[in-house]
Design a protein around this ligand. Structure first.
Ligand code: IPE
Ligand code: IPE
Ligand code: MG
Length: 256
């Protein structure tokens, strides 16, 4: 007879170990369109509601003591969408930062952005740069937006940068290491915190969609069925509880 292994029940949010909060949480915020469709609303209504979730989850993460919260807001492939939707998404940072920067400052949250900013509309670039400047003095959580970000684009750019250094004679090919590679990535400003400890994707999809391929090498993945507009602080705590129930080994052995 075959016995199926009893599954340990997932820890609940109320049992969170505050000494083991993941330092870097990354989220693929997915399902805005389906959230809207289920309510017979246009897709952009989902993005609008998703922006409210970003605000709630940012404060919740900061309150929990997360050090870096990276949010995938727009991928290098999202330009394929209809222009009305792309235009709406390009306006969202303007709405977001215009209303939310005072709360970010109050919570000591510093804004950072990764991705190809030069391709964004000028007004979007301006508001993003202003939010970075207005929160530059904040010393608490880093809120890192992946905006027009694609991991392959990031890796290509990093390779080009290293190749230029080699060509200039500033770097030997054998001096290219995991460290020099990491230093050439868009997460370099995060230093020791560049690699997410926990990756969450909402909406039931279980793929990376070109997100942080290098940095997620040893991250714990938690996939949740909720669409992003339905995600909240409690969902975040639940995902962290699941993370705390995992055993990370980094290639070594469990009790080393
Ligand atoms: C995530 O929601 C937001 C972005 C990708 C910009 P989607 O817009 O992908 O929503 P679904 O996946 O179509 O439901
Ligand atoms: C990933 O979601 C990008 C963001 C959340 C910004 P997508 O909705 O674009 O991913 P696919 O197309 O379902 O893989
Ligand atoms: Mg999607």
């Amino acid at each position: 007879m075959v016995f199926s292994k009893a599954k340990t029940p997932a820890p609940t949010a109320s049992e969170l170990d505050m000494t083991r909060i993941p330092a870097h949480v990354a989220i693929i915020m997915d399902g805005n369109g389906r959230w809207a469709k289920a309510r017979h609303l246009p897709r952009v209504a989902g993005h609008q509601q998703g922006m409210q979730t970003v605000k709630k989850v940012t404060i919740a993460a900061s309150d929990l003591g997360v050090k870096v919260l990276t949010l995938y807001a727009f991928s290098t492939e999202n330009w394929k969408r209809p222009s009305t939707e792309v235009n709406f998404l390009m306006q969202l940072p303007i709405k977001f930062f215009d209303t939310f920067v005072p709360d970010l400052v109050k919570n000591n949250v510093r804004v950072m952005v990764m991705g190809d900013q030069a391709a964004l509309p000028a007004a979007t670039q301006a508001v993003v740069q202003k939010a970075i400047a207005d929160t530059a003095h904040c010393t608490g959580m880093v809120l890192n937006f992946a905006l027009n970000y694609g991991s392959r684009d990031e890796l290509v750019r990093a390779s080009q940068q290293l190749a230029r250094q080699v060509k200039a004679g500033d770097l030997q090919p054998e001096e290219i290491t995991a460290q020099t590679m990491a230093a050439a990535l868009m997460t370099a400003p995060l230093g020791d915190l560049a690699d997410p400890d926990l990756l969450i994707r909402t909406s039931g999809e279980e793929r990376l969609s070109n997100f942080m391929l290098w940095q997620l090498a040893y991250s714990e993945f938690v996939f949740v069925d909720q669409h992003w507009p339905d995600f909240d602080g409690e969902s975040l705590k639940q995902a962290i509880a699941t993370f705390q129930g995992r055993h990370r080994r980094f290639g070594g052995l469990k009790n080393q």
